[in-house]
Design a protein around this ligand. Structure first.
Ligand SMILES: C[S@@+](CC[C@H](N)C(=O)[O-])C[C@H]1O[C@@H](n2cnc3c(N)ncnc32)[C@H](O)[C@@H]1O
Length: 161
């Protein structure tokens, strides 16, 4: 909460200064974005201690996760893979997607553009690689869009044993 409070005004002010560059559909305005973020962090923190006790929150770091083979039905990655394509290389993406597919039957990654709002330079090769391995790949449009063009999700299903 302390860290959130330290940075939130600065971030929202940057968004306000560039407000025409963002899509105001789910979040209606920079102030609505702030309001929604405050709500979310409060909800998260009010659940955190209980969640930790029941092992719903655990620390981990891609590209290696301490979970069993196919332990989950679904694994989600939001605003890390593809978004940070200019900072995280192709091998990191390949290994991370591979690790998510190891632990879950289906994985979903969002968004598919970079911080510079460009199509990720790793996406096509990752799609090609997993298609050639027999996985089912879908790129689906989603309702949520804040970065212009950031409204697509990659879904990979583990059809192979
Ligand atoms: C832009 S934030 C997105 C947070 C949240 N998933 C969301 O969508 O609002 C990127 C997150 O990725 C986490 N992260 C950075 N490197 C990681 C790694 N190697 N494995 C897993 N998470 C990582 C950071 O700690 C940070 O919380």
């Amino acid at each position: 909460m302390q860290r959130f409070n330290e940075v939130v005004d600065n971030i929202i002010n940057q968004v306000k200064a560039t407000s025409n560059d963002w899509v105001w559909s789910y979040h209606k305005s920079p102030d609505d974005l702030r309001h929604n973020r405050v709500k979310v962090i409060q909800e998260f923190l009010s659940d955190y201690e209980t969640g930790k006790k029941s092992n719903r929150y655990a620390v981990g770091e891609l590209p290696k996760l301490a979970y069993d083979h196919q332990q989950f039905d679904i694994a989600l990655c939001s605003h890390l893979l593809f978004l940070y394509s200019d900072h995280l290389d192709y091998d990191f993406h390949l290994n991370s997607v591979g690790e998510m597919l190891r632990i879950a039957k289906e994985i979903r990654i969002f968004p598919l553009i970079t911080l510079m709002w460009k199509h990720s330079q790793h996406l096509d090769e990752i799609v090609q690689y997993y298609t050639s391995k027999g996985y089912k790949i879908d790129i689906e449009k989603v309702e949520y869009e804040l970065q212009p063009g950031g409204n697509k999700m990659l879904k990979i299903t583990r059809d192979v044993i």
